[in-house]
Design a protein. Structure first.
Length: 206
């Protein structure tokens, strides 16, 4: 927390404000000629994502001994339902990483026996990444922990039921609109749904 005394003219009040409130007040003071709504929303979402990322990385490392990026691979495989398998291309597009990074992640998880590579019956010479029994047991535990002991739970608990519902609906709507926009400008690697023999309907996202 930051004391606003002797700082920016917009914050010269004897009170304590959060860092993000101070930034917002400073920008509002400096550029009162602009509608800063979109600028602030972008700043808030990016900062929130960074905070979540830091806390989640610590939680995954301390609780499961795994990197957050590797946990995401397991979660992506789990949510599609049986047989808990996806093509490597689907995975790296869904998780917004390079194919090289995904290969390294799968190699690590395979060494730990959380996933295995199996032949892809739909593409000769291709492969699927599939959860093992060990991997399925772990990712189900992870999902339970993330639902019941989420790093955002302490902050969200301070909101009313109505605030939580409005917040999640707003964020989901903005995400949907951004994904549509990304598709329209030709950068929609994480877009929409895809069907193949290995699952029912797959949502290609993180």
């Amino acid at each position: 927390m930051t004391t606003t005394q002797n700082l920016h003219p917009a914050s010269k009040r004897t009170r304590i404000v959060s860092h993000i409130d101070l930034i917002s007040e400073q920008w509002t003071y400096e550029r009162s000629d602009l509608d800063l709504y979109n600028f602030f929303l972008h700043m808030y979402v990016v900062r929130l994502g960074r905070i979540f990322e830091q806390l989640a990385m610590r939680q995954c490392q301390s609780r499961f001994g795994l990197r957050l990026s590797d946990i995401r691979v397991l979660l992506a495989l789990r949510r599609g339902g049986r047989p808990f398998a996806k093509r490597p291309t689907d995975l790296f597009k869904a998780l917004l990483v390079t194919s090289g990074a995904m290969t390294k992640q799968v190699d690590r998880l395979q060494k730990m026996r959380f996933v295995e590579r199996i032949p892809d019956p739909a593409f000769g010479g291709g492969s699927l990444i599939m959860l093992t029994r060990k991997g399925l047991a772990l990712v189900d535990e992870v999902a339970t922990v993330l639902a019941k002991e989420s790093v955002i739970a302490p902050a969200i608990a301070r909101l009313s039921d109505n605030e939580r519902e409005i917040g999640i609906q707003f964020i989901r709507r903005v995400l949907n609109e951004m994904e549509v926009l990304m598709n329209e400008i030709g950068d929609g690697d994480s877009r929409n749904y895809q069907e193949d023999e290995t699952s029912r309907v797959r949502l290609i996202d993180s």
